[in-house]
Design a protein around this ligand. Structure first.
Ligand SMILES: [Zn+2]
Length: 180
């Protein structure tokens, strides 16, 4: 991930543009005064997107240049380049409050899903009980009528969402049965 980002940043930028942006001036022959040591004659040049100083031996790519110029870490150099050149490759890190809110949202969502699942299971159980009792009622056990009516009311009390889930579940099993 980290290296992937470094690769993207390196690919997005030309070393010479970056060095010029940070104040290094190149002459007509492509040489610059080395920013890493004191010199009067330009002895730093760029080849294959790497700078090399023939005076002090400094060598590196665009990220090395920023790290060394500003005395910052690899990660800080990536952030600086992304920011200074408006690359938009690094997303803004969410602050503490945002992270807490996100975690809280995930907890609420999980609890909601668990609750939905529980409701759904209860609904399925009720449906099964209802079906069993209704079959017995049809087979002559008339005394079950009251209980079945109470179950009907209970089942009606479930939200439309539950009915939809139930429909989905039954349709699914129906489809599975017919296709197999
Ligand atoms: Zn040098």
């Amino acid at each position: 991930m980290k290296n992937d980002l470094a690769k993207k940043i390196t690919e997005a930028l030309k070393l010479r543009d970056v060095m010029e942006f940070y104040g290094v001036k190149f002459n007509g022959r492509g040489f610059a005064l080395c920013p890493f040591h004191d010199e009067k004659t330009a002895s730093l040049s760029i080849k294959n997107e790497h700078y090399k100083c023939f005076g002090c031996g400094a060598y590196g790519g665009v990220i090395d240049f920023v790290m060394k110029s500003y005395g910052i870490s690899f990660r800080q150099a990536l952030v600086k380049l992304d920011s200074d050149f408006h690359l938009g490759l690094i997303g803004k890190e969410p602050d503490y409050r945002t992270r807490q809110q996100m975690a809280e949202n995930r907890r609420i969502e999980k609890r909601y899903q668990e609750h939905q699942e529980e409701l759904h299971q209860n609904y399925l159980t009720l449906c099964t009980v209802h079906a069993v009792l209704f079959r017995r009622y049809c087979n002559g056990e008339e005394w079950l009528k009251d209980m079945i009516e109470k179950l009907d009311i209970l089942l009606d009390d479930f939200s439309g969402e539950e009915a939809r889930l139930w429909e989905m579940a039954t349709n699914k099993s129906h489809t599975q049965k017919t296709t197999s």
